[in-house]
Design a protein around this ligand. Structure first.
Ligand SMILES: Cc1ncc(COP(=O)(O)O)c(C=O)c1O
Length: 368
């Protein structure tokens, strides 16, 4: 099918994994592959990483976890979403680790155990300042007490999530860390031992010491982008995705010709305008048109006018590109690079929003 392609370089994914793992002095990594591997395809990315030595994966929904199991993944899989009691049986069947982030979740497991004499594997999530999912300190004590009274339910891990670890000012992250350490101390005082302690995301992996954790959860860095432009690091990760699309039409237009919706782009001389078959329905952010550009045959050309739902236009000046040739929209071609971070900074969004949006009619093609 003619249309956008996301060419996923699995060798870069594996190199990024090695880079981050070395940076973490060999600490175990939980590769975060939720939201279809941040738009890169969760199954091929997970299988490539598992074959490369990664043995822990983080997904958001139980369905994402089941999809990975059905694809043959053997590693540990943690489901981040709030526990839905109707999915406990599926979690047991598929060896997925669920998330206790509310006392009612543990109550549901106790009831399930009474009926079925089995329980899924669990980690406890504590809230240290994200104010999303997670137990508060008093609730944590209560849950731990209940776990001690119900030893058939064994908690394997305790974790939390940073809200600001990718920012220049880390003072709030350090407050969160203090709270997390306090919670770990409480578990120690109650003599409740767990194997796995994890707190960090990509930002914290770069910014914050985590010697008291044995696992680091890493998403964005594996896909080759920095989580925010406030991060100062010398760590180099390579973009995993090249997002390209074909030229489907080319025409010569006169000076002062309006291009695309709203007529916000007017040619300033006689020029060649090409139509590229990729639009915001495929994940190309509409607002990128203001400063946006593509690469074709090693040269940079401006996006001309507003990106449409299925197509956008490029001003090629005096050059005449070939129909069906592809232009580079995101990624790298030789020395030419358009990073997720560059677009994110230009349109005030984040690489997370951009990469997870890649989809629509995009075909994913895997190399390496
Ligand atoms: C609970 C949790 N852990 C880890 C991550 C990974 O974050 P990052 O992609 O910044 O490494 C996420 C991503 O949003 C998350 O929700």
């Amino acid at each position: 099918m003619r249309g956008p392609e996301a060419i996923i370089n699995l060798s870069h994914l594996k190199t990024n994994y090695d880079t981050v793992k070395n940076h973490l002095n060999g600490k175990r990594i939980m590769a975060v592959v939720k939201a279809n591997g941040y738009g890169h395809g969760s199954i091929p990315c997970s299988i490539a990483l598992e074959n490369h030595g990664c043995d822990f994966f983080g997904v958001f929904s139980i369905e994402e976890g089941i999809e990975l199991r059905n694809a043959g993944l053997k590693s540990d899989i943690l489901v981040f979403s709030a526990l839905d009691p109707t999915t406990i049986n599926d979690a047991v069947k598929n060896n997925l680790i669920l998330n206790i982030s509310d006392k009612s979740h543990l109550d549901a497991l106790i009831i399930f155990y009474k009926r079925k004499s089995k329980v899924p594997r669990i980690h406890i999530k504590v809230d240290t300042g994200m104010t999303r999912l997670g137990l508060e300190i008093d609730e944590f004590k209560e849950v731990l007490q209940l776990l001690i009274e119900n030893p058939e339910i064994k908690c394997e891990g305790i974790y939390s999530h940073f809200a600001t670890a990718d920012e220049g000012d880390l003072s709030y992250a350090f407050e969160q860390e203090k709270k997390f350490k306090f919670i770990l101390n409480l578990a120690d005082q109650l003599d409740y031992q767990v194997n796995d302690i994890h707190f960090s995301n990509s930002g914290a992996a770069l910014n914050i010491d985590q010697s008291y954790c044995n696992i680091t959860r890493v998403g964005m860095l594996l896909y080759g982008a920095l989580p925010s432009n406030e991060i100062q690091t010398s760590l180099f990760v390579q973009p995993v995705m090249n997002f390209v699309a074909p030229i489907v039409s080319i025409r010569s237009v006169a000076k002062n010709t309006y291009v695309s919706y709203g007529g916000v782009y007017k040619t300033n001389s006689k020029t060649n305008i090409a139509v590229i078959q990729c639009g915001f329905a495929d994940g190309l952010p509409r607002s990128w048109f203001k400063n946006g550009y593509i690469y074709y045959n090693g040269k940079q050309y401006r996006i001309a006018g507003r990106i449409c739902m299925d197509q956008f236009m490029v001003d090629f000046g005096d050059d005449i590109p070939k129909i069906d040739d592809k232009v580079l929209i995101i990624g790298r071609d030789g020395n030419n690079e358009i990073r997720f971070e560059t677009i994110a900074n230009s349109i005030q969004t984040t690489p997370y929003v951009l990469s997870t949006a890649i989809g629509g009619r995009t075909q994913r093609i895997y190399h390496g």
